[in-house]
Design a protein around this ligand. Structure first.
Ligand code: ZN
Length: 77
Protein backbone atom coordinates (compact mmCIF):
# COMPACT_ATOMS: atom_id res chain seq x y z
CA UNK A 1 0.00 0.00 0.00
CA UNK A 2 1.37 3.39 -0.95
CA UNK A 3 0.19 6.58 0.61
CA UNK A 4 0.41 9.93 -1.09
CA UNK A 5 3.20 12.15 0.20
CA UNK A 6 2.09 14.87 2.58
CA UNK A 7 3.55 18.35 2.88
CA UNK A 8 5.99 18.61 5.78
CA UNK A 9 4.93 22.21 6.42
CA UNK A 10 1.13 22.22 6.27
CA UNK A 11 0.16 18.56 5.82
CA UNK A 12 -1.47 19.32 2.46
CA UNK A 13 -1.47 16.90 -0.47
CA UNK A 14 1.65 16.80 -2.61
CA UNK A 15 1.31 16.50 -6.37
CA UNK A 16 3.91 15.79 -9.06
CA UNK A 17 5.00 19.04 -10.65
CA UNK A 18 8.01 21.21 -11.31
CA UNK A 19 9.94 23.72 -9.27
CA UNK A 20 12.85 26.08 -9.92
CA UNK A 21 16.03 25.46 -7.94
CA UNK A 22 18.73 28.06 -7.31
CA UNK A 23 22.24 27.52 -5.97
CA UNK A 24 24.31 30.45 -4.87
CA UNK A 25 28.01 29.64 -4.59
CA UNK A 26 31.25 31.57 -4.29
CA UNK A 27 31.85 32.14 -7.99
CA UNK A 28 28.31 32.63 -9.19
CA UNK A 29 24.74 31.44 -9.35
CA UNK A 30 23.24 28.36 -10.96
CA UNK A 31 19.52 28.36 -11.67
CA UNK A 32 17.89 25.10 -12.63
CA UNK A 33 14.39 25.38 -14.04
CA UNK A 34 11.67 22.75 -14.32
CA UNK A 35 13.10 20.42 -11.70
CA UNK A 36 10.70 17.47 -11.27
CA UNK A 37 9.35 17.64 -7.73
CA UNK A 38 6.39 16.99 -5.51
CA UNK A 39 4.61 20.29 -4.99
CA UNK A 40 2.14 21.04 -2.19
CA UNK A 41 -1.35 21.96 -3.42
CA UNK A 42 -1.93 24.19 -0.42
CA UNK A 43 1.21 26.18 0.35
CA UNK A 44 3.39 25.52 -2.71
CA UNK A 45 6.22 23.90 -0.76
CA UNK A 46 8.22 21.62 -3.04
CA UNK A 47 10.05 18.43 -2.28
CA UNK A 48 12.77 17.07 -4.58
CA UNK A 49 13.36 13.32 -4.56
CA UNK A 50 16.79 11.83 -3.83
CA UNK A 51 17.20 10.51 -7.39
CA UNK A 52 16.50 13.95 -8.79
CA UNK A 53 18.78 15.76 -6.36
CA UNK A 54 21.61 13.40 -7.35
CA UNK A 55 21.06 14.46 -10.98
CA UNK A 56 20.97 18.09 -9.89
CA UNK A 57 24.29 17.70 -8.14
CA UNK A 58 25.95 16.42 -11.33
CA UNK A 59 24.53 19.34 -13.33
CA UNK A 60 25.59 21.88 -10.73
CA UNK A 61 29.14 20.48 -10.52
CA UNK A 62 29.44 20.71 -14.31
CA UNK A 63 28.16 24.31 -14.25
CA UNK A 64 30.53 25.24 -11.41
CA UNK A 65 33.55 24.02 -13.36
CA UNK A 66 32.65 26.43 -16.18
CA UNK A 67 33.75 30.05 -16.31
CA UNK A 68 30.34 31.65 -16.34
CA UNK A 69 29.07 33.49 -13.29
CA UNK A 70 25.45 32.85 -14.13
CA UNK A 71 24.21 29.62 -15.55
CA UNK A 72 20.63 28.63 -16.32
CA UNK A 73 19.87 24.97 -16.85
CA UNK A 74 16.47 23.74 -17.95
CA UNK A 75 15.71 20.17 -16.88
CA UNK A 76 12.70 20.07 -19.20
CA UNK A 77 14.98 20.03 -22.25
ZN1 ZN B 1 2.04 22.65 2.25
Amino acid sequence: MTSLPKCSLCGGAMKAGHTPFTIDFEKGVVVIRHVPAQVCNTCGESWIEDVTSAQLEIRVKAAQSGQRQFEVIDMAI
